[in-house]
Design a protein around this ligand. Structure first.
Ligand code: MN
Length: 289
């Protein structure tokens, strides 16, 4: 492919908007905030960040999902989740919950703190048609299971996929999914650079949550915090931090190229499958594991 060795450029900016979800948790939504704002297979990205308990204390009481995966990454705070299959887990600062909703899950995600900072992300990743009705499951990934590579000018936490930097390869705890996601949390000192090879045809975006980023070393374009920066095709990602340094997420994955039918927390391929999901949920079929 002709784009194999090409550096990716900033192709499109999806600004986050302030919204709320669950029982009134305030958050910033970039991907998934409206029509045409998905990046196959990524359906949605929410950032929650507040020092005010009133913004998060109500949490996310029991609600369903079907047909995709939700990935919750906590930077600060403590959340407890429980699902209808009897799974329980604690999500603490630096931890990740990787949940495969598959055919259906009903769960709650509730803050376990009454004060202090709650900060993190929830990402929705689509499943291919053949996996949408597989059994639900999830993984709680503790902070110490997430490898971090420190290098001159920065640090990378590898949640999913493989980091290739400084001649080293670091594999994250999540591997082998159909969408083959790359999920890194990166911190760069002022002006520091980061380069990562990536499959040229995978979809990729970056999301700075502190500071700002320069994308591409030749003719760089600036991306401010709280915006999803969708990257063009190409085999290499080149990023540099602005004057204040930067903290950001880097995500890439294999696109599914399948039709999407979505009704809130149900993401299927056809409207008939959505009607089935609603019917199954209403008739209690999600509860029969
Ligand atoms: Mn949920």
């Amino acid at each position: 492919m002709e784009t194999t060795n090409q550096a990716r450029s900033l192709q499109r900016i999806i600004e986050a908007i302030a919204t709320s979800d669950g029982a009134g948790v305030k958050l910033r939504r970039s991907l998934g905030r409206g029509p045409g704002t998905r990046l196959d297979p990524f359906l949605m990205l929410d950032e929650f960040s507040s020092d005010n308990p009133g913004d998060y204390i109500a949490g996310f009481p029991p609600h369903p999902h079907r047909g995709f995966e939700t990935v919750t990454y906590m930077l600060d705070g403590h959340m407890r989740h429980e699902d209808h299959l009897g799974n329980q887990g604690d999500l603490k600062s630096g931890g990740v919950q990787w949940m495969t909703a598959g055919r259906g899950i009903i769960h709650s995600e509730m803050p376990q703190q009454e004060e202090g900072r709650m900060r993190g992300f929830q990402l929705w990743i689509n499943l291919p048609a053949k996996e949408k009705m597989k059994p639900a499951g999830y993984r709680d990934i503790q902070p110490e299971q997430i490898p971090a590579l420190a290098f001159d000018g920065g640090k990378v936490k590898v949640i999913a996929g493989e980091l290739q930097a400084d001649g080293r390869t670091v594999a994250g705890p999540v591997q082998g999914l159909s969408t083959d996601p790359l999920y890194f949390d990166i911190e760069l000192a002022p002006g520091a650079r980061f380069t990562q090879p990536v499959r040229a045809d995978y979809h990729a975006f970056v999301y700075p949550y502190e500071g700002r980023l320069q994308i591409g070393f030749d003719a760089p374009r600036t991306l401010d915090a709280h915006n999803a920066g969708v990257l063009s095709a190409g085999g290499r990602i080149e990023l540099a931090a602005g004057e204040e340094g930067a903290r950001f997420l880097l995500l890439a994955a294999r696109p599914l190229n399948e039709p999407i039918a979505q009704y809130g927390p149900f993401v299927m391929n056809t409207s008939e499958e959505i009607e089935q999901a609603i019917s199954d949920f209403q008739s209690g079929k999600f509860v029969q594991a």
